[in-house]
Design a protein around this ligand. Structure first.
Ligand SMILES: [Zn+2]
Length: 159
């Protein structure tokens, strides 16, 4: 998979936006989201000056190794343009978010493996809890509450 470091600039401004992507059509993705009013990326500052003044350049193309490598490369370019950068969230920030996510995922997996039996017991206990449905006047499993309340029988019993 190929990755791109790209720059978006405007002839109406000195500012630039630096991003990285594996999407060949990233620029049109940015602009079409913008036209729909859905782009909340900081590149909007440049688009607001007029899309017709914007220019999209690929600064580097490389093979995707991993997300960390991609973000590091993006950060290198953001450092080069640091005085003109319109980006609010730098690659480094995204990296930190990504690392936190990985750590969390890892910790969660470790917990699940270490507490396999405890979790299974909790699951089982939860499956045995019954509550009253006041609409149907009957006991239902608490874990099925959501499904029950969308079910035909329950809906038919609604006043
Ligand atoms: Zn019910």
């Amino acid at each position: 998979m190929l990755c791109y470091i790209y720059k978006i600039s405007s002839s109406k401004s000195d500012l630039v936006y630096i991003g990285s992507t594996n999407n060949k059509y990233r620029f049109s993705e940015h602009t079409s989201r913008y036209k729909l009013g859905l782009n909340n990326c900081s590149v909007v500052k440049l688009f607001d000056l007029g899309l017709e003044f914007c220019q999209y350049d690929i600064l580097e193309t490389f093979d995707f190794i991993d997300y960390e490598y991609q973000l590091n490369k993006e950060q290198d370019y953001q450092n080069i343009y640091k005085d003109k950068l319109v980006n609010i969230i730098s690659a480094k920030c995204r990296m930190t978010g990504y690392e936190i996510y990985l750590k969390y995922k890892d910790a969660k997996q470790k917990y699940q493996i270490a507490n396999k039996d405890k979790i299974a017991l909790q699951e089982k206990a939860r499956s045995l809890i019954y509550i009253d449905c006041s609409v149907c006047n009957k006991k239902i499993k608490q874990r099925n509450k959501g499904r029950h309340e969308k079910g035909k029988k329950h809906l038919a019993n609604l006043p």
